[in-house]
Ligand binder design. Structure first.
Ligand code: NAG
Ligand code: NAG
Ligand code: NAG
Ligand code: NAG
Ligand code: NAG
Length: 376
């Protein structure tokens, strides 16, 4: 499985803003300072913990010049620019197997980036990661990590980019995840089985991807609180129930909203027509019904609107003008490729009512809102 290397922007910014010493290939000119000695011990411990390296990725991890090791990036340390230290490790797509030894946390304390995308690492994220006070980007995606969400990550005070997708994490997504001061959060393609819907509004992320889990909970009712930051939100195929909150349209910075392949119902909130930057909207494969509001189809930047496989009964004329749209398998009269009249009638005779769903909001509500659990 190959997944895109998304941290590019952050990584390039960081790596190129740090002056990489030009003398890093030479043993003579690198001062083997105590931080590099620690790094040497940590990287040798890691090499020992790697059980398979089919591409010989770590073959040159020998000798004291850790700055010349493949995938290891040195830079002047932030607290003392005269001291060279290991600031980044990028083992993406190395196909390594093994575990992460605790020395990575206890001895590589200047790490700002750690990219392990597309390997076969497993086992715990060491408790010592709590010492990685400068860690800014952590990408452990597409590995074999399993068990509960690693709570040690809540102690990473500088973390901005957290990517744990394509692993086998299970259990609840802890509410603390949404308190991290992140820019981007990827939890998708794991085995998470619940979350606290009320906690999501606390997150300051611009990109939030949680799809392909089985959360079995309502749609986050307070998502509109993320209006100052949220740009892309992808909640496809994660077992969401209930209705979209009426004020979802306050997400005025959002460019992508994907809630497809869930068990959502009700009508599409008219307020979506206020999301003036929206480019892609996918509400397909749910149980939505009613009319597609013209305000949505008139959104100035909307390029792709998928609302197939629902029970909508009409679409505004503006919708027909959209370049990319999918309105199939609904209940729209005189349209090709719709559900059968019998199926439509059976559903629309007793359409699910939003008022019959309550949302288990466990985080304490602010004083201005009614106490939990709240409805919509
Ligand atoms: C890795 O190194 C071993 C031993 O030196 C060699 O047999 C093997 O072909 C190398 N594999 C690759 C992919 O270069
Ligand atoms: C991690 O964070 C928790 C909660 O903030 C704190 O209680 C704990 O002492 C921290 N652990 C370490 C090792 O810093
Ligand atoms: C999730 O759990 C199920 C059942 O235990 C398992 O069959 C499936 O492979 C798991 N999926 C992932 C992505 O780990
Ligand atoms: C439009 O969105 C649908 C569903 O999200 C996707 O399958 C399709 O490829 C998109 N079309 C374009 C041109 O991006
Ligand atoms: C709400 O969530 C809490 C914590 O997850 C759980 O203990 C409680 O039973 C839930 N209540 C309902 C009504 O689902």
């Amino acid at each position: 499985m190959s997944i895109p290397f998304l941290p590019t922007l952050f990584s390039l910014l960081l790596l190129f803003s740090l002056p990489i010493p030009t003398h890093q290939q030479s043993n003579e000119t690198i001062d083997f300072n105590p931080r590099l000695q620690n790094a040497y011990a940590a990287l040798q411990a890691w090499k020992d913990a790697i059980t398979s390296d089919p591409n010989n990725f770590t073959a040159n991890w020998v000798g004291y010049n850790v700055c010349s090791y493949r995938g290891v990036y040195c830079a002047p340390s932030l607290d003392d620019p005269t001291v060279i230290t290991v600031a980044g490790i990028d083992l993406n797509h190395a196909s390594l197997s093994g575990t992460i030894p605790e020395e990575v946390g206890s001895l590589l304390t200047d790490l700002a980036l750690l990219h392990l995308n597309s390997n076969h690492f497993l086992g715990p994220i060491p408790r010592t990661f709590t010492k990685l006070k400068l860690l800014f980007e952590l990408d452990i995606s597409n590995n074999n990590f399993c068990g509960e969400f690693p709570s040690v990550l809540f102690n990473l005070t500088s973390i901005k980019f957290l990517d744990v997708r394509f692993n086998h994490f299970d259990g609840a997504i802890p509410p603390e995840v949404f308190k991290l001061k992140l820019d981007a959060l990827f939890l998708n393609n794991n085995n998470f089985t619940s979350y606290s819907p009320g906690s999501v509004g606390n997150s300051p992320v611009s990109v939030m991807v949680m799809g392909n889990n089985n959360l079995n909970r309502c749609f986050p009712p307070r998502i509109s609180r993320m209006r100052k930051t949220l740009d892309e939100v992808i909640l496809t195929n994660c077992g969401l129930t209930g209705c979209l909150p009426k004020d979802i349209g306050k997400l005025s910075k959002a460019t992508v909203l994907d809630v497809s392949f869930n068990d959502l119902t009700g009508t599409l909130p008219e307020s979506i027509g206020n999301m003036k930057l929206l480019e892609e909207l996918d509400v397909g494969y749910n149980n939505f019904y009613g009319k597609i509001p013209s305000s949505i189809c008139s959104l100035p930047k909307l390029q792709n609107f998928t609302y197939s496989h629902n029970f909508f009964c009409s679409e505004a004329p503006q919708c027909l003008k959209l370049k990319e749209k999918d309105d199939t398998f609904n209940c729209i009269p005189h349209k090709p490729l719709q559900r059968s009249p019998m199926e439509c009638h059976a559903f629309l005779a007793y359409p699910p009512q939003c008022s019959s769903f309550t949302c288990n909001v466990t985080s304490p509500p602010p004083p201005s809102l009614p106490p939990s659990p709240i409805g919509y």
